[in-house]
Design a protein around this ligand. Structure first.
Ligand SMILES: *Cc1c(COP(=O)(O)O)cnc(C)c1O
Length: 566
């Protein structure tokens, strides 16, 4: 399937925009992303309306302040002396100038050219839902402080459980502060299960252990481990990745065996469903089966906890039941093949012990709305702190909530309300339509880049929203595949290290010189990696990327970029 997708990328027929698809997309965009007061009356509020009107001009980032009424003066006020006003301000029903200015001039994720990273404009229903949550202000720490919001949280958790194939009665979840915190829970669950004494005595006197994650993982893995007091250098094994950036299972098996053979515990195996820059999707079932097999073979008492960082990739769960044969949405052939490839892996999410869901990324919900899903609610017991620490709360009610097990005390519910509203209005089909639009854009962009002849795509078999690429000077390079293959050997050939440096510098100059036109792409230092040397060391390969999560982006922005790309 990967191969069929790669050859289709060259085929302009397979990249066409179907007219039926276009109708689905237009309707979904109008209903969920247009800030239309007729559909969502909240947008008729004068301040919100002013923000929207300004953003509708779709100005380039460097034109915006000058175009905003009194923009420069307002900016000077913000940069100037700051003190709290002595006198109270009587509301007059008019929008506040500074609030409106700061909101309108925040990064404009509605601009169709905004493709910098895994960040999006939120959808209309989720904005509305979040506002309701903000107004009600429930605190999910404790059921008495949450009221009905507690049940809304559990409802959304059951919706996600049903969608991925978790048992909704056996599983649970926690809305928390960002994907980083979700992954923190993933690590903590493993540590508390495998090294229970650490709850009281810290990491100083625990039996020998190793945490396992992937070299392709997000940097939050490292911030979390450091926070947890895990020695990143000596107690963490980062598994090698393949050329497609997913986990190398042979290396994983080797490392797990090496640990178990000497009775070294493995609290958590962290894998990734959709890496941020290259959308590598690790297979989950093979990890699950390997873990079970080795635990039996070595008689390991507490199995490693498998957490899947699906912060970006979770959105693909909306395609789990898509009828690929009938293709009711008229998704184009290359994108359909790509989604089918990804789904063959996303299906395995139910084998994870827990996973990260970032609604605020590819779920179009305002920040922050992250959910960590946990397959077996008994696992929460391992996180429980001593009940006497919770003297603020009535004893009988504590057991009904996750109070004793959460990292946070106060837990806001704005994300729950936003997520509920987005899921309710967009439904599976609404999400499928918007996500497929993004993926069709990504493939159209890949197709255009491939046509140029001087561009090497990074792992195009990973059919996600991010497109990473390197542009070469056509005067120096006529075969980009051969050139990239040389660059990948830079750890063993010093002359290729120099080649990599020179080509990267040329591309970076082209990127800088072009400015932001058509697509506001980004430069990243690690878009791919070199081959490993015999010591297992590798070098980062830099490049450019665009992430197609913006529902407003269309082919005209891509075409404009291509006219200026180098
Ligand atoms: C964004 C991201 C995170 C971190 O999530 P936040 O919500 O930004 O804290 C973790 N893992 C991956 C793969 C991500 O893309």
């Amino acid at each position: 399937m990967a191969d069929s997708c790669l050859s289709l990328l060259h085929d302009s027929e397979a990249n066409q925009l179907g007219s039926l698809f276009q109708r689905h997309y237009d309707a979904a965009f109008a209903d969920y992303f247009s800030r239309d007061p007729a559909k969502w009356p909240v947008f008729s509020e004068p301040g919100l309306n002013r923000i929207h009107q300004f953003r509708q001009q779709k100005l380039a980032p460097n034109e915006r302040i000058a175009a905003y009424p009194d923009g420069l003066a307002l900016q000077q006020l913000l940069a100037g002396h700051a003190s709290i006003a002595q006198q109270r301000l009587v509301p007059n029903g008019m929008p506040d100038d500074m609030l409106t200015f700061a909101a309108a001039l925040s990064k404009d994720w509605e601009n169709p050219s905004s493709v910098e990273n895994v960040v999006t404009m939120p959808c209309d229903p989720a904005i509305y839902g979040s506002m309701m949550g903000a107004m009600a202000n429930p605190n999910l720490a404790y059921s008495e402080y949450a009221g009905m919001a507690d049940q809304l949280e559990k409802y959304v958790i059951r919706q996600i459980a049903n969608q991925v194939g978790y048992d909704p009665e056996q599983s649970t979840g926690i809305f928390t502060q960002g994907g980083t915190f979700c992954n923190l829970y993933g690590y903590l669950l493993g540590l508390r299960k495998s090294l229970p004494t650490a709850l009281q005595h810290g990491m100083g006197r625990v039996p020998d252990f190793r945490i396992i994650n992937s070299q392709g993982g997000h940097y939050s893995n490292m911030t979390n481990l450091s926070l947890l007091g895990v020695d990143i250098k000596d107690k963490t094994i980062r598994i090698k990745v393949t050329d497609s950036h997913d986990m190398d299972y042979e290396d994983l098996e080797r490392q797990l065996r090496a640990c178990f053979a000497v009775n070294c515990r493995v609290p958590t195996i962290m894998i990734t469903m959709g890496t941020t820059d290259t959308f590598a999707v690790d297979r989950i079932k093979p990890v699950y089966e390997l873990r079970n097999r080795l635990c039996e073979e070595y008689e390991v008492e507490v199995a490693p906890h498998i957490h899947v960082d699906a912060a970006v990739g979770w959105s693909m769960i909306f395609f789990l039941d898509y009828d690929f044969a009938r293709n009711p949405l008229d998704i184009n052939p290359v994108t359909l093949a790509g989604i089918e490839r990804t789904i063959s892996r996303v299906k395995e999410l139910k084998y994870a012990d827990s996973f990260t869901v970032d609604f605020h990324k590819w779920g179009y919900v305002p920040y922050t709305s992250s959910l960590v899903m946990i397959k077996n609610k008994q696992d929460m017991k391992a996180l429980e702190n001593e009940p006497e620490n919770f003297s603020y709360f009535e004893h009988d009610l504590q057991g009904q909530t996750h109070l004793q097990s959460t990292i946070e005390c106060s837990r806001g519910a704005v994300g729950v309300f936003g997520a509920y509203a987005a899921l309710k209005y967009m439904g599976i089909e609404g999400y499928q339509t918007i996500l497929a639009h993004c993926l069709q854009n990504a493939n159209y962009f890949r197709h255009q880049l491939l046509k140029q002849g001087n561009v090497k795509l990074m792992a195009p078999e990973n059919q996600g929203p991010s497109v990473g690429f390197r542009i070469y000077n056509p005067q120096w390079v006529d075969d980009v595949v051969a050139e990239f293959a040389k660059e990948q050997q830079c750890m063993t050939h010093p002359e290729y290290m120099e080649l990599l440096r020179r080509n990267s510098q040329w591309h970076r100059n082209a990127f800088k010189g072009r400015g932001k036109v058509g697509l506001y792409t980004n430069w990243v230092e690690f878009i791919s990696r070199s081959a490993y040397n015999t010591a297992g060391k590798y070098s980062y390969i830099p490049g450019e990327k665009a992430v197609f999560m913006n529902p407003a982006t269309g082919r005209s922005q891509i075409d404009l970029f291509m006219r200026h790309y180098c």
